[in-house]
Design a protein around this ligand. Sequence first.
Ligand SMILES: [Zn+2]
Length: 106
Amino acid sequence: MNIKKKKRQIAENRVGYLAIEVEKSLKDNHNLAEIQAKQAREFSKKFNIKSGFSQRMLFCHKCKRFIVPGFNSRIRLSKIRKSVNITCLCCGFTYRKMINKSQTYI
Ligand SMILES: [Zn+2]
């Protein structure tokens, strides 16, 4: 294994560990959770680690701040567009995640 792959593997472990720590510190200290989330995002950007939708929706697409559903973001379902609307309450930007047709019909 070359050095670049090893660095990426270490960074993936750190991002995973930070994601767990963010969940723990959200209940007590929001500022600490924001710092940890920012650090995890910087790691994933630096080492080109892809994160899933559940992790990506925790960051605003416009102001890039850490947003928590129910605390400083609002999540709603749209019947007209068939989408999930995520609104950042810091800057007011609304991000729409479209739902596939196969997921809407049962
Ligand atoms: Zn925002």
